[in-house]
Ligand binder design. Sequence first.
Ligand code: ZN
Length: 296
Amino acid sequence: MTAKFRLRMATQTGEKYARDEGYRSFPVRPMDIARKHGILVEKKPPDMKGISGALIFAEPNPIIIYSTEHSNEGFENFSVAHELGHYFLPGHPEEILKGGGAHMSRAGFSEGDSSIELEADHFASGLLMPDYLVREALGSGQVGLEGIRSMAGVAGASLTAAAIRAAECAEFPLCIIVSEGQSVRYAFPSPSFKNLGRNIFLRKGSAVADGSATAVFNGDLGNIAGGGHSVGECRLRDWFDTDRNPLLDEEVIGLGKYGLTLTVLSSEELVADPEDDDDDEEALAKSWTPRFAYDR
Ligand SMILES: [Zn+2]
């Protein structure tokens, strides 16, 4: 099994638990799920530094410990959901028991160094934001950053985790880019965003689009630390080496103390409304499925 496939399975396992536990609306509550399965959930003692959570296979009940040091509900939910991943994912309990039965986790979506850490993060994001709830929230909300923020709010998730899930699940073109200074840390285009042109991807370390709202925003460190935001417009080719060049909205927000910036590329114009019979809407829908037809 490839690493990529294992991560997708981990996300889908998280989604399956959300569905099987009967969640039909946000928020999915990982602490309730843990307790239902006989797991004790406790706050981390203050002397355990640098750890976001832990899973301990104790008798008679396993214990999940989570950090409250960030005073952030999204972080706490994600930490508990991550530990639940270690409990439920195939192979994880065995690996933890082999190592003595206690597992300590360190935070950082997509930056874990071991495969079980990444898998547990993917489980957590699938559990807290299962595809069916994400699509429903995005479909009824605003396109772009505002829709992602409101989903993060109702899901009890961090803005970054919500943005990643939005890009994975959105049915309309949406791309999220996380940058640090003038360099891209990672980018996730939604499936239909990839169809806007050829070669829609950004490598880690690629330069932020020259002169873009993001580049200007990142030029002032105070923006990022203060959680400031900015809005602009860009063309697809400002960011990607591609054959098409539709106009996009570029929304930018500082992620606070982490020193990172989130950029959301989207466009109200590129969203097809399946219930709208209007000819223009239909033509627009056809024009970007599967390949965007305006070339400007
Ligand atoms: Zn872990």
